[in-house]
Design a protein around this ligand. Sequence first.
Ligand SMILES: NC(=O)c1ccc[n+]([C@@H]2O[C@H](COP(=O)([O-])OP(=O)(O)OC[C@H]3O[C@@H](n4cnc5c(N)ncnc54)[C@H](OP(=O)(O)O)[C@@H]3O)[C@@H](O)[C@H]2O)c1
Length: 663
Amino acid sequence: MNMADRLAWGILGAGGIAGAFAKGVQSSKSGTLVAVGSRSKEKAEKFGTEHKIPNRHGSYEALLADPAVKAVYIATPHPQHAEWAIKAARAGKHLLIEKPVALNYAQAIAIFEAAKLNDVFVMEAFMYRCHPQMKKVVELIKEKAIGEVRLIQATFSFHAGFSADSRLFSNELGGGGILDVGCYATSFSRLVAGAAQGKDYADPLEVRGAGFVGTTGVDEWAAATLKFAGNIIAQVATGVSLNQDNSARVYGSEGRIIVKDPWIPARDGGTVSIELHRNGKPVEEIKIETNVGLYGLEADTVAANLEKREAREMSWGDTLGNMKTLDLWRQSIGQQYEQEKADKFQPVPPRKIAAVAGNNMKYGEIQGVGKKISRLVFGADFAGGWSREFHVLADDFFERGGNAFDNSHWYGKADQHLGQWIRSRGVRTQTVVLGKGAHTPYCTPQYLEQQIKESAEKYDGYIDVYAMHRDNPDVPVGEFIDVLNRCKKAGLIKAFGVGNWSLDRLRAANAYAAEKGVEGVKVLSNNFSLARMVNPVWPGCVSASEPEYRAYLKENQIALMPWSSQARGFFVDGRSAPEKKDDGELVNSWYSDDNFKRLERAQSLAKKRGVTAVNIALAYVLAQPFPTFPLVGPRALVEMRTTMPGLDVVLTPDEMKWLNLEV
Ligand SMILES: NC(=O)c1ccc[n+]([C@@H]2O[C@H](COP(=O)([O-])OP(=O)(O)OC[C@H]3O[C@@H](n4cnc5c(N)ncnc54)[C@H](OP(=O)(O)O)[C@@H]3O)[C@@H](O)[C@H]2O)c1
């Protein structure tokens, strides 16, 4: 290959593994090393001289600004991966990122979103996946050389000798065995479990770990059991304070495969071998030879797949699944880095978040709130679990101009986590919290008052808009209205309403308020979407779709903050069709002849407008003749991104009638 056609690499971070990769590129068939960037100019010079690299930069920024560099190899400690990977993607550089691709799954999703937006290649640097030995293992599994896979064992650890200064034991630098080398063992298990099911990889259904977290708060040794579909079990073990045999074994119904040297096979090229034990037969030794070193193979894998933007050897989905597995493993042993705790987890790259100029968010108002409210309300229910993904999505939403968040006392720790996000970003005065409470079986005036107080504490003492999560027809409406008025007077809530209430009860509540001269219901959080809910998604759920309900909302200009405003994915391309019955929840709640007609119409209108049917469904909710603030629940940055165009779709009255099946 002539020099001009070779992939021009720049190395970011001149540390230990960077040296190995530098040699690797020089032995590769496709790469050339053009630049190195270090935080220190002297170090860059020294590294450059040692590896004969022409461009030596005294900062990472300078490396990323170097036009000669086409692909960047990120070789910093793990906590810095995401920041520099995202900055490199924005600079238009293709990316090979050392493993683990980031400190956690949440940062990983931010990396892939940046790669997608900037159209660059990304691969996590699992060089062992690029060696033909792994292709052979996959081939043996797929051809059922050992029958059905039942158990996988993979170990990778080393005894570094404790040193509080070393990155391996440093909490700040993401030390510990699970992230450093345990990631190989999980990635191997997922590869093999996937191959056994005819797929590129599989994600575990369960991860159960045990481990020792030392004085610096990092896991010094740990093990885990992973359970996959098909009753495939994996045992993985790792550490930075013990030596193991560092092998990988796969046990099947008719034999076993032993990979003695799975992780760093033939570093500089040469021969490695796999043992294949078929039950009752002599051991077969399968030899695999390479004439390019391991890191050279890795660089060649990047070059060969550059146009596709990902390599099958370690695809984006594979990396995300592995990161999730590592999160679960660490969670199960109680290990968490200080910087990723809910009150400290910062946006990556580090920045003060603010709505970006030119965003397309629209705003409305609700009397009493005193702030503009984004027409899209981000559902924070999933923040009740692990909050980091929520932080990444909430940052993105906020930068897109969103400031309203839906939450509930019912969602476990979600109030606490949203409160932590708001505090850590310093945005309380700009955000609007839609809080909810009094969910069945706690739907009584006493619980309502108590839960309002408990939730308000999480948000600097007040909630912007409060809605009851459910109704309890055994309680006279007036008792609830009295509590809501009292809490408003006390400054705990700024505006209030109800959720999942029937029209009769809502009317009765407002009649009571009018009679008593107190404030009535200004906000409703029932279901509402282009698709009509056929059966309640959860017990006690009520929609506001019927013409009579809509007429009441219009007449009284009550603000609707509808949940499942996009019918829980009903309008997503390819998700629903009369014959498609795999998603029971979708079938139960949204499948009806009329809804399929609406879907068809939304799809055809979407085609005309150059948007998606989901965007049309959102535009329909936004275009109602009463104020609407639809709740949306993106679980991934891509879902957030593809939701936004719905805000710009303006539907004509005729189109509204047509979507409503009125013509
Ligand atoms: N695939 C493999 O075979 C393999 C093997 C070992 C490690 N790794 C991975 O490679 C990454 C780096 O590991 P390593 O062993 O090469 O580490 P290392 O020797 O400590 O080098 C890391 C380099 O990162 C840069 N850096 C940036 N911010 C830093 C900070 N706050 N503290 C310390 N260094 C910082 C430094 O380069 P400058 O001073 O030049 O800026 C440093 O030399 C890790 O993510 C690790 O998991 C992979």
